[in-house]
Design a protein around this ligand. Structure first.
Ligand code: C2E
Ligand code: MG
Ligand code: MG
Length: 696
């Protein structure tokens, strides 16, 4: 280190000068003397030459200013002018001969050297120390940034009194307190007493027994963040004496993670709308139930449930209300079901697994129907939702899941066919019918392409006998099953949507045929409600009329009340547009459905067709006669012509004539046949027939 030097402003004595020079020259610390007047170096020692890399000659031609950045130049001048002295150990930077920057601490004294006012300066190179300090500082900053920002709560407590000394941001969030309210406190100062006791016991255990402990999956009541699910790790940090100095606690708050996992698990096994178990959990529950029943030689019942007319509710009121209804239905099912397992498989399809055999299932199903019979109120709409229920009982109706379910489904299918709000148990016969149904559905898909469909035409006449038109009736000649009646395959076509392409084929075929007739008779074509719901019926009819050249006035479209039920407003608008084309609209099968007067009023139908069931019963049933009378007077009151279907004999014809029915259709005039057959039988082109047709 630099030693004290003579500072008196007087010439040094000779002996003292020598020892000073010795001290100067031989000193391992870089030193120099510079002249206050010229500012030039007067002397430099070997250490300075070695350290800075300038030769002695170079030094002697320089001033200290050349070693310094410009900002420090003023300081040198002030010292030279005697305005200030040296500040002990002041740090600065010096430039070496090869351009390196050194961090230096400067120690200097003013003195008289060789008779001149000068400064003796000693330099301590602190570059390495400063770099080490800078590195330590930046490491500290780096670590505290990491600690501050890790998403795990980190707290450090003093091992002596277990007061908090460090808290990171995640810890503030986890504890629900700002760090100012934590640092310096003990757990008892901030936690609820029970939590504080537990934490303190854990902290003490760690300090006394082990250096590190991990605890997963427990709950903590925090000071300001409620109850949290956490995993934690404790570490003791020992001082140089080997004794615990600090306690580090890292806590991972997994509350949200657990909730998200639970939600994902719930979604995987539940239907998001009703929160009932979904198909996947139903399947696994069913197979577990089968395993248990098999082991215990017990029985249980599987119920397949379908909401009656749900599709109509969706169509008429919209999906929002449909969804609301499903939720309420699910809630009522839950109320009735007790411990039974209910699942929603999709749409309006529900299933229930119930412990107990047929008797239990029957009582349960009755209760369920009863509970559903009350009105539902969804968004201000009063709705009814009947159920159809099919039941299969394990093991009699199926020993494995697939058979049991498909049999419960067959029973449901039967229940629906037998009328709404019905319960049916599986019977072997149903299975056969359901299989047949599926086979028909399968074959129907290729029926058009394979040319198996045909139209037969049935004449319609004025009551006096003049033929006025033909109703086109669809026939399916199945290659194996033979002729399949429309009453069998049309519902299948409607359910599968196949009626849309089939209906289009019928319409085109009938119009094409009628356009070839020499007499301008009408052709009547039946439309299914499904055709109104799918596609653009108006455009289809218009296109086919243009395509076939049939005048619109010769086409009569027959609809049933079912068309109006599903979406009244839309259907009426389609009907109006069809009518605007010039096409006529007849109400088919009147008397069998709702026979709502409001339907007759809401649209100007061109004709009412009385259903054949009333005509065939005329002779045996007084009521049928009364109904026919009532319908005729109603229709005439509305100025609508009436056609009676299913007229088979002259007694019926006479009755209808007396009741002033306008037109007839039925076997009396001829059964439906390909049009060529009709011409052969009557010897007439369509339309030329007269009363003789009735007599034939
Ligand atoms: P619908 O439109 O009421 O047709 C009248 C049905 O009564 C026809 O039965 C016809 O053969 C039958 N019928 C007519 N006169 C008599 C009679 O004097 N005695 C008896 N016993 N029956 C008579 P079909 O052809 O079996 O058709 C049944 C139903 O199938 C039709 O009833 C109609 O609803 C539907 N259908 C037929 N063809 C089509 C079609 O192309 N499209 C659609 N959507 N439905 C069709
Ligand atoms: Mg018809
Ligand atoms: Mg009819």
């Amino acid at each position: 280190m630099f030693q004290q030097v003579e500072t008196e402003r007087s010439d040094l004595g000779r002996g003292r000068e020598e020892s000073f020079l010795l001290l100067f020259e031989a000193n391992p610390v870089p030193m120099w003397i510079w002249d206050h007047e010229t500012l030039r170096f007067l002397a430099v020692n070997d250490a300075a030459i070695a350290h800075y890399g300038y030769s002695r000659e170079q030094f002697m031609g320089m001033t200290p200013m050349e070693l310094k950045p410009a900002k420090d130049h003023g300081g040198i001048r002030e010292i030279a002018q005697g305005k200030t002295g040296y500040q002990e150990g002041r740090t600065s930077q010096h430039i070496t001969a090869n351009g390196d920057l050194l961090d230096v601490a400067i120690y200097g004294r003013s003195l008289v050297y060789g008779g001149r006012p000068a400064s003796l300066v000693a330099i301590i190179d602190i570059t390495a120390r400063k770099r080490a300090e800078d590195e330590a500082r930046s490491t500290r900053e780096f670590l505290s940034t990491v600690i501050e920002n890790v998403p795990v709560s980190i707290v450090v407590k003093d091992a002596a009194d277990l007061r908090y000394v460090l808290v990171n941001r995640a810890a503030e969030e986890y504890l629900g307190l700002p760090r100012e309210e934590i640092v310096g406190k003990t757990v008892h100062d901030i936690f609820p007493p029970a939590s504080a006791d537990t934490i303190l016991a854990r902290d003490r255990d760690l300090l006394q027994i082990e250096d590190c402990s991990t605890l997963d999956g427990y709950q903590v009541e925090t000071p300001g963040n409620g109850i949290r699910n956490v995993n934690s790790k404790r570490l003791s940090i020992r001082g140089v004496d080997g004794q615990p100095q600090y306690l580090l606690v890292m806590t991972e708050d997994v509350t949200e993670k657990l909730a998200a996992e639970a939600k994902i698990r719930h979604l995987a096994h539940h239907d998001p709308l009703t929160h009932l178990p979904n198909r996947a959990s139903f399947n696994s529950h069913l197979s577990e139930t089968i395993d248990r029943a098999e082991a215990a030689a017990g029985c249980f019942s599987a119920l397949c449930i379908d909401l009656d007319r749900f599709k109509e509710i969706n169509d008429v009121f919209g999906h929002g209300i449909g969804d609301g209804l499903l939720c309420q239905v699910a809630a009522r099912m839950r109320e009735v079901s007790g411990i039974a397992f209910i699942a929603r498989l999709g749409g309006d399809e529900f299933t229930i697994i119930l412990q107990g055999c047929a008797d239990t299932a029957a009582t349960f199903a009755e209760d369920l129907l009863q509970r559903m019979s009350g009105d539902f109120e969804v968004e201000g709409q009063r709705l009814r939702a009947g159920l159809s229920i099919g039941i299969a009982v394990y093991p009699g109706d199926g020993k494995n899941a697939t058979t049991l379910l498909s049999n419960a489904d067959a029973a449901l299918y039967r229940a629906k066919a037998d009328g709404r709000g019905t319960i049916r148990f599986f019977e072997v016969e149903m299975d056969k019918r359901l299989r047949e149904y599926r086979a028909i559905q399968q074959d129907l898909q290729s029926a058009i392409a394979r040319g198996e469909l045909a139209l037969h035409y049935q004449p319609q006449a004025k009551i006096g006998g003049e033929i006025i038109g033909f109703e086109a009736l669809l026939r399916w000649q199945h290659p194996v099953r033979g002729a399949i009646p429309p009453m069998t395959f049309i519902p299948v076509a409607e359910e599968s949507g196949l009626i849309v392409p089939i209906g289009e084929w019928v319409l085109r075929e009938a119009c094409r045929e009628a356009a070839t007739w020499t007499t301008p008779l009408t052709v009547a074509v039946n439309l299914s409600p499904v055709q109104f719901r799918h596609g653009d019926l108006h455009t289809l009819v218009h296109t086919i009329l243009l395509e076939t050249g049939l005048p619109a006035t010769r086409l009569e479209l027959e609809i049933t009340e079912g068309v109006l039920i599903s979406d009244f407003t839309r259907t009426i608008s389609v009907l109006r547009r069809l009518k605007a084309l010039g096409v006529r609209i007849a109400m088919d099968d009147f008397g069998t459905g709702y026979s709502s007067l409001s339907y007759l009023q809401s649209f100007p139908f061109d004709k009412i067709k009385i259903d054949q069931s009333f005509i065939s019963n005329l002779e045996h049933n007084q009521q049928s006669a009364a109904i026919v009378r009532a319908v005729v007077s109603l229709a005439h009151g509305l100025a609508l012509p009436v056609i009676a279907e299913g007229v088979e004999n002259s007694a019926q014809l006479e009755f209808l004539a007396r009741e002033t029915v306008d037109e007839i259709q039925g076997y009396l005039l001829g059964r439906p046949h390909p049009i060529g057959h009709y011409m052969e039988a009557t010897g007439h082109q369509p339309g030329v027939a007269t009363r003789t047709a009735i007599a034939s």
